[in-house]
Ligand binder design. Structure first.
Ligand code: SAM
Length: 210
């Protein structure tokens, strides 16, 4: 229990520290990130998603782009600074509830069922700090909280460029967790781009609860 509290504090301290310095990942300004969002939205195109849960929304850059295809979005991030920044966005017709929360302490079933759950570059950080059991448990809770016919969009950067959190076999293991808890693959692609001169792949998987 004390160990879990320590992890939660470590997670909040680390990500809050990054967001206090600004847009660390350059979500707003990087061409790579904008192209990544465009591909993610293309995977979601052709449907409306009445109730959306986004885990690790940062300052809401992707959330804003999701708004035209959603009715209501709950977007969670552990960093108070990121959430404060997200709340300043003008979002269009969808209602968006930006909330400071640790997704590992959030029960997605309380407010479910969800038509779409998004994990965009979030899983690698959960797997960094939390145990395999805890991340697997979260995946099972997400599945339980998804409406039958609803979707989960998983996306994570990966590559062999020195960031151990993004090793391809590890990222594919996170993706496989979603299959193991019951989601079925609808479509998958590997987006490729360059950021700061480094070639990066992003595994993008849209899965469904049948
Ligand atoms: C790489 S950013 C991705 C942001 C956004 N999903 C996107 O693709 O633009 C990862 C985000 O996850 C958040 N995060 C990390 N661990 C978290 C946790 N346990 N609970 C909630 N948010 C978390 C970080 O604060 C950060 O904003």
């Amino acid at each position: 229990m004390a160990e879990r509290l320590h992890l939660d504090q470590q997670a909040q301290g680390f990500f809050e520290g990054l967001w206090q310095q600004g847009d660390h990942w350059e979500f707003e300004s990087s061409d790579f990130e904008q192209q990544r969002y465009t591909r993610l939205l293309a995977l979601l195109a052709g449907r409306r998603y009445p109730r959306v849960l986004e885990l690790g929304c940062g300052a809401g850059t992707l959330t804003r782009q999701l708004a035209p295809i959603a009715d209501h979005i709950v977007a969670l991030d552990i960093s108070p600074t990121a959430i404060a920044r997200a709340r300043t966005l003008s979002i269009g017709p969808a209602s968006v509830d930006f909330r400071q929360a640790n997704v590992m302490e959030y029960n997605p079933q309380t407010e479910g069922p969800w038509d779409l759950i998004l994990l965009s570059d979030t899983m690698c950080y959960l797997g960094w700090l939390y145990s395999c059991f805890d991340v697997g448990w979260l995946a099972s809770q997400l599945f339980a909280a998804t409406r039958v016919g609803g979707h989960c969009l998983f996306a994570n950067a990966m590559g062999e460029f020195g960031d151990m959190l993004l090793l391809p076999w590890l990222v594919r293991t996170y993706r496989d967790l979603l299959y193991n808890v019951g989601y079925v693959r609808e479509t998958e692609e590997i987006f490729q781009g360059t950021k700061h001169g480094v070639r990066i792949e992003v595994l993008m998987t849209l899965c469904v609860k049948k």
